[in-house]
Design a protein around this ligand. Structure first.
Ligand SMILES: [Fe+2]
Length: 281
């Protein structure tokens, strides 16, 4: 099985530095694996662009097309920034730009189930129930009950294949479906007001024990939840062997706007085990 490469939060169009660094990340992927028969399958967990603007999507489209032309499979789910200005003014119509830019020739509906080699990737849209004049404000997300129950159904239907070792199940979405266990009270409050996935607890309840890998971005903070954080080991609590938050793959610091390490996870399968490795592009 080819490995997965988890990237996130490229934010094309945020400013010249971010766009340049995001393009450099794409170029680094092509330089590193472009000539490789065992190219990783790329999973991008949202915030591909900064404001959901057509001009930003055009820049991102060219870059994603560059990867595909070099032979990479690229699977993307949307984030709050793909849906609107500064990630805080979500409009459903902007999702049309996302689909036109990245999936011009196929129907995209969520859960978006993508099967490749031994992987089954269940992509979720954490902005699906979070659009409109009031609901679309701020940076929180909501899957909606239908999407969660459909994801649960897909995962349950695939358990036999999973148990017999024929597939590894991956759930990928933009928002973190739980708070990082070490958050300060102030950050926790900010999460509750307008940054979290509102129905994250419902999602976790419905995927616990049913999946091998859970991938997300949004917080711009890389973490492997098999490691203890705030006194908790969440891979154990949720009975999901691999849970990863990806940092920004453009690598630009949110406060200083200075370039930094371009973060990604390489996820490899060997002997039935899935192991993540933090990499810098
Ligand atoms: Fe982001």
């Amino acid at each position: 099985m080819r490995p997965l490469l988890h990237i996130s939060d490229l934010h094309f169009g945020r400013n010249d530095t971010t766009t340049r660094e995001a393009k450099a990340a794409i170029a680094a992927i092509i330089a590193r694996w472009g000539g490789d028969a065992n190219k990783p399958i790329i999973v991008a967990t949202g915030d591909i662009v900064q404001d959901g603007e057509p001009a930003q999507y055009e820049i991102a489209r060219v870059e994603i097309e560059r990867l595909r032309a070099a032979g990479f499979e690229v699977f993307l789910v949307p984030g709050n920034h793909d849906y609107g200005r500064m990630g805080s003014h979500a409009e459903a119509r902007r999702f049309t730009y996302f689909k036109e830019a990245f999936y011009p020739t196929r129907l995209v509906a969520y859960p978006d189930v993508y099967r490749i080699e031994g992987w089954t990737i269940v992509g979720l849209n954490s902005m699906k129930a979070e659009c409109g004049f009031v609901d679309g404000l701020l940076a929180d997300g909501e899957l909606g009950p239908d999407q969660i129950s459909d994801a649960n159904l897909v995962l349950r239907q695939l358990q036999e294949e999973r148990k017999s070792g024929r597939t590894k199940l991956v759930v990928a979405l933009h928002h973190h479906p739980f708070l990082f266990p070490d958050e300060s009270p102030i950050k926790k409050l900010g999460e509750l007001v307008g940054h979290r996935l509102k129905d994250g607890a419902d999602l976790m309840h419905k995927i616990t024990g049913l999946t091998d890998v859970l991938l997300f971005g949004h917080d711009h903070r890389e973490w492997d939840f098999s490691k203890e954080l705030g006194g908790k080991v969440l891979t154990t609590d949720y009975d999901i062997p691999v849970i990863l938050s990806c940092g920004t793959t453009s690598g630009v610091n949110d406060i200083t706007q200075e370039p930094g390490p371009r973060k990604a996870w390489l996820i490899e399968e060997a002997g039935g085990q899935v192991r993540p490795r933090e990499i810098t592009l």
